[in-house]
Write a protein that binds this ligand. Sequence first.
Ligand SMILES: *Cc1c(COP(=O)(O)O)cnc(C)c1O
Length: 367
Amino acid sequence: MGPSGRLQINLSAVRHNWRELKEHFTGSDCGAVVKADAYGLGYAPVVQALFSEGCRSFYVATYDEALEVRKLLANRARIYVLQGCPAGLEREFLNAKLIPVIISAHMLARWCEQAKGHDAPCAVKVNTGMNRLGLDKTEFSQWITQPERWASAYPTVLMSHMACADTPDHPLNEQQLKLFKELLGLARDHYPELKASLANSASLYLGDAWHFDMARPGIALYGGREGVRPQADIRPVVTLSLPVLQVRDVKAGDSIGYGATYRAAKAMPVAIVAGGYGDGVLRSLGNCVAASYAGHNLPLVGRVSMDSCALDLSSLPESQRPREGQFIEIFGPHRDLTSLAEGAGTISYELLTRLGGRLKKHYIEPL
Ligand SMILES: *Cc1c(COP(=O)(O)O)cnc(C)c1O
């Protein structure tokens, strides 16, 4: 077996982060968003860790994802499907006890038709400014002004999604909150028991007003810090380490990698490590960010190739240079995922969900 990169996933940190968020969201049912294979970390271990910690509301994007999670949980937790119920799958949703997040009047009408007599809960999503999914104002008023028309729907949650929660000063935050409260008030005139859910990870830290009855954090569970207050105790979950294939001495004036985008100003030692965009190590990381080794920053020099990339070892004393087969941390406890993503012009969400290829996942649960 040849050397391949290692993705270490710390399930104790996932549990810790969920507890940290839950304590923050006092009064809310703190769920967990586990779409896209739990942000690339693997449904089974993540869902099981969160369930055993007490999480009982899980959010996925699609029907197929919901089935994966349902298999793991049997009927012991609620599963919300954020893209709602596609036409023709209503029976399947009812059988698997999935809760669709209704995103349009059409979808609501279909659900009413098929869910008649089932008392099957649904969530209704309203658009408050994101303009992605959800009932617009006209659809919303049709819904609440003609309750008899939708009598067979059994809405339990009103939901909306924040567009700029990671930018606390953005004026849209207050605007969305105001509109959401207004719509919630109107909806509760007809459905007094209706719960409300607005917050993703970053919204938590906007203030209590955004919390409502149910919270839907995702990225913070997995160690991403976008929009998270620096003082919040969110711990790193994922460590990406790549093994050294070769250490080479590059002469002054030589270039490194495709396109010769990096040129060595002076003679420098370079480690070629196994792991490239074929494994989800984004090309945009090349020439932009630094990995971490023995307390030193090692810049990624040149473009990321499909199977490898190059790290500048100049900052290391000769005696500390890594040798063939040793692992170097690209991100993890010593190199913050979110700032690395930022350095490469992206977000931790994209970095995590792209990881794959030949990387080997190792799950750990330190006490
Ligand atoms: C992905 C998603 C979330 C989770 O967002 P994070 O920023 O990862 O916390 C919450 N709600 C909806 C509707 C989503 O699509």
